[in-house]
Design a protein around this ligand. Sequence first.
Ligand code: HEC
Length: 178
Amino acid sequence: MFVSMMQLPSQLIFSFLLIALSFNCLGKAQEEFIYFEKEIRPILKEACFHCHGEDNVKKGDLDLRLVRLMIEGGKSGSSLHPEKPDQSLLWKNISTDRMPKGENKLSTEQKEKILKWIEQGSKTVRPEPANVEEARYTQEELSHWAFQPIKRTNPPTEENNPIDSFIIAKLQSHGLNI
Ligand code: HEC
């Protein structure tokens, strides 16, 4: 009797542990996906868009602003085969430092990110716009504070200078007083 009473909680704990572990793994797997808009586009925007998209003449007839345009490709045909970096001209050019043209090359971390993104199937967060000009700013970029409309906010306390009042309120929220 004593043994079975002891067994029950340990079995319960074990199954809870299993459930917790499996949730944790699922959560991790989701987090680890790399998405074009979030992590890849910023790299290409800085290193490639001026030659492959934003200028009227696209070098090598290749536009890198959308994933479907990479798949469509340029002068030499498709540049991107999702899940197959070895068959992707994009990866061949990046891994050998042939691209970006010029002195500034991609860092090892940037290359690894792009490689992983291709291997994972070149995911985008959402379907891409039909017109590439509509992709000038992504939702990720537009959610930056600088793009938010100006809102009127009342100062939290009755100080002479409202800026002081905001600062004092913030300090107090961190347990600091002046
Ligand atoms: C300073 C301009 C410049 C920059 C920056 C640049 N490229 Fe290029 N790219 C070119 C030119 C010119 C060509 C065509 C001639 C060639 O293939 O060498 C080309 C061709 C390519 C091609 C082959 C297209 C085809 O179909 O033949 C790929 C893929 C490519 N670039 C990828 C990239 C990537 C990825 C980046 C950024 C990491 C990048 N390029 C940055 C100038 C540039």
